[in-house]
Design a protein. Structure first.
Length: 335
């Protein structure tokens, strides 16, 4: 069954009720929806800080307690590696168990999915204004698609096949080793080794990664106290702070290089998608013409990279929409 999505808030639609949640290391987005015929509607949604709660159960209690609804099914997109119906979150000390959630809230079905893998299911919901083309390439509609996005951590996922019915594979590629490409990046890596022992891509491409890059650009030692966090560094760049601007240029360069490596790893002829909460905020730096050249730059694989499209996802609700797509299909299966 193909689900057509309607994003207007509706209150008087009858049909199966579902819960969708996208839970990251910093915030959780929850959506209550209803399936009617071949369409699902949003009834209400909310963003909740994770730090104010003790676990996923407490988040759901808060959200459902506001309206007293009893959804039939649920899909939880969670930041972590899935083992059966259990997951330990990567950036929070939370354990998530699908069977416990089903029993506690009376769901007939619960599906857990990696928070980045779920974004692949949300791609079908993106309109033209939800995606910006950085490099058009030569897209293959049935080809492999790869997603990479910095936030609290660095997420990656891979999918292929029809956009509305993709085959999706989660990944922990953000924890792969960082590969310097020039002397400056090598110096950056060497400066972080004493503190981290092993420098992953996520060490640099994340919120804390922006802070580490800022120290490096400013000539400060790793771990030195900063008056600015990642958000403040972004704000300082908008105010023409030279160090903050160079930090975000460096960050954008590292992100595009990582995207190119991911594109080569999976031959992502369906496109590489830059996603996550940080990406829309650094868009002016990602649009720099030299970054397209960087994406396609390779001594032997330049022609391959030139074929791979590079996109920016502007819609920060991509993960929530993907979870809602899955939950809506579960609700249809109940009928």
């Amino acid at each position: 069954m193909t689900i057509t999505v309607t994003f207007g808030i509706m209150s008087n639609v009858k049909g199966s009720l579902f819960l969708a949640a996208d839970i990251g290391g910093t915030r959780a987005r929850l959506l209550l929806g209803r399936v009617h015929a071949d369409t699902w509607y949003v009834l209400r949604q909310r963003e909740i800080p994770c730090a104010a709660h003790t676990g996923v159960e407490a988040l759901v209690e808060t959200f459902l307690g506001e309206g007293g609804e009893r959804p039939d099914v649920a899909c939880f997109a969670v930041a972590g590696a899935l083992e059966g119906q259990h997951m330990h979150m990567t950036n929070l000390p939370w354990d998530v168990d699908g069977e416990c959630l089903r029993e506690r809230f009376g769901f007939s079905q619960v599906q857990l999915i990696n928070d980045f893998a779920v974004q692949a299911y949300g791609l079908a919901s993106l309109g033209d204004d939800g995606v910006l083309v950085l490099h058009p390439g030569n897209p293959d509609a049935q080809g492999v698609r790869a997603l990479i996005g910095p936030g609290t951590g660095l997420g990656m996922a891979v999918s292929f096949g029809a956009l509305h019915r993709p085959l999706v594979f989660p990944s922990q590629g953000g924890l792969a080793d960082f590969a310097p490409r020039d002397a400056r990046e090598l110096a950056l890596c060497e400066s972080l080794l004493p503190e981290h022992g092993r420098v992953s891509i996520e060490t640099l491409l994340s919120g804390h990664g922006i802070e580490r890059l800022y120290r490096f650009v400013a000539g400060l030692p790793p771990g030195a106290p900063l008056a600015k966090d990642a958000e403040a560094i972004g704000a300082a760049a908008l105010e023409n702070n030279v160090i903050a601007i160079e930090t975000l240029r460096f960050f954008a360069r590292l992100l595009v290089a990582a995207a190119a490596n991911l594109g080569l790893t999976v031959l992502a002829y369906g496109g590489v998608y830059l996603t996550g909460g940080i990406v829309p905020r650094i868009l002016p730096f990602l649009r720099a013409p030299e970054l397209v050249d960087l994406f396609c730059e390779h001594p032997s694989m330049g022609a391959v990279l030139a074929r791979i499209p590079l996109y920016v996802v502007r819609d920060e609700l991509l993960g929530l929409k993907g979870a809602a797509q899955i939950a809506a299909r579960l609700a249809c299966d109940e009928n």
